[in-house]
Design a protein around this ligand. Structure first.
Ligand SMILES: Cc1ncc(COP(=O)(O)O)c(C=O)c1O
Length: 414
């Protein structure tokens, strides 16, 4: 029996459902290992010793590869001094100063652990700002797993979401209608820099949408919140909507902030400072110094290296290579979103028969692609990794084409 199987069986006994959230055992098709024991740079080793080039980066939590030396060194140095204590270490102030210097709309920062925490703080802050209740959210957008935003309704009451108002992403009319319907009671609008949901092609925000969201928030004295948890520092070295010249009042950051060390942040403008200083938000581990030291070094690398340009170049190489292969083997492939955060889906593949067969074939050849979630590049990726990946994807197109028996439907995902 494989070690992975053995761990899954043991987990069934002591962990509800065998695992939870997006790590649930049936989230991915059977060839995908669930347990890993080592990671380095772009590589992952599962508990049975198989090695993969990893295009998930821990669901987006590293930007410089696993175990980047200078970041680990900064964390180790801080750990030798202190981590969680009765009060914060000086590094919290340094880190806040750094974020304020890098993110154009930021005049202050607060720290927490997960993207969900950061979004929940932003929501509470927006409500405290002008004492209003409604929060506008684009339908189907993932903002985290708290009762107000979890995509699964089990255990959630209508009251948990009573103040959520949904509108359609990029749809100006729908956004205006939501403001109108709740005239005088809109506290804030959540936006993601682009549309990046699972099981769907990704697409960009339009400049009109971004600007109208800003204009409506100003007109109605509501706060614009950008959820940068997934996109943060992957699209730009600062705020993603600077490209549209649209500055939010609040933004939430997580994932890459410390290249894998647990920390997230909310930053805000002067306008939101009083509200942010009135609300009560905290957590036992939110002041830990080690992830803050790691974050500070990560931000230094963001400022001083060409990580973004490298990801763009390699992302383009992967996308065009896969596209050429798909065309040659006659597959209608959708590769969407920024090249450094690619989503790869087959057209007309609602049951994921092609997607699961192809990605499992790629996985067996040592490359971890995700069948329906957007993926992530990191700065440890090399041209050799791309070449190795393209060998695996080509052999897998061939395999799927020559052996249609591999096309098994998998439980439909919602
Ligand atoms: C856009 C976005 N917001 C919020 C979250 C929640 O972050 P976390 O899982 O750290 O709570 C995620 C996580 O994937 C995300 O992608």
């Amino acid at each position: 029996m494989s070690k992975d199987r053995e761990l899954r069986d043991r987990a069934q006994i002591v962990i509800p459902g065998g695992m939870y959230g997006h790590q649930k055992a049936d989230w991915l098709p059977p060839a995908y290992p669930q347990y890993f024991e080592r990671s380095e740079g772009t590589r992952l080793w599962d508990v049975d010793g198989n090695c993969y080039i990893d295009y998930m980066c821990g669901y987006g939590i590293n930007l410089f590869g696993y175990g980047e030396r200078s970041i680990d060194e900064a964390a180790r140095k801080q750990a030798a001094l202190c981590d969680g204590m009765t009060g914060p270490a000086p590094v919290i102030v340094e880190l806040a100063e750094k974020l304020v210097s890098m993110i154009s709309h930021a005049d202050w920062a607060m720290f927490c652990k997960n993207g969900t925490d950061a979004n929940s703080i932003a929501m509470v802050c927006a409500r405290a700002y002008a004492n209003k209740k409604k929060i506008l959210i684009a339908t189907g957008t993932y903002h985290g797993s708290a009762p107000w935003c979890t995509p699964i309704e089990e255990g959630i009451t209508p009251e948990d979401r009573a103040n959520n108002v949904y509108f359609e992403y990029n749809n100006l009319e729908s956004l205006r209608a939501a403001f109108k319907q709740h005239e005088g009671d809109v506290a804030g609008v959540f936006a993601t820099p682009f549309r990046h949901e699972i099981l769907a092609d990704q697409f960009d925000a339009t400049a009109e949408y971004a600007r109208e969201a800003r204009r409506l928030c100003d007109e109605h004295d509501a706060l614009l919140i950008i959820d940068e948890v997934r996109t943060g520092f992957r699209l730009a070295r600062g705020s993603s909507w600077d490209a549209f010249d649209v500055k939010p009042d609040l933004s939430s950051w997580g994932k890459v902030l410390a290249n894998g060390y647990p920390i997230s942040a909310v930053v805000g403008s002067e306008k939101a400072r009083t509200a942010a200083s009135k609300i009560f938000v905290t957590g036992s581990f939110w002041f830990s110094a080690v992830p803050m030291a790691a974050a500070l070094q990560t931000l230094k690398l963001i400022e001083t290296t060409d990580y973004l340009e490298v990801s763009l170049t390699l992302g383009h190489a992967l996308r065009s290579g896969i596209q050429e292969q798909a065309e040659r083997y006659g597959f209608d492939l959708h590769q969407t979103g920024p090249v450094q955060m690619p989503q790869i889906l087959f057209a007309n593949d609602k049951e994921m028969k092609l997607g699961f067969a192809w990605t499992q074939a790629v996985l067996r050849r040592g490359v971890y692609l995700h069948p329906f979630h957007n993926m992530f590049f990191n700065a440890a990726m090399t041209r050799a990794d791309i070449a190795e990946t393209l060998e695996a994807t080509e052999a897998s197109f061939k395999e799927v084409l020559n052996d249609p028996s591999r096309l098994q439907p998998f439980a439909e995902k919602t």
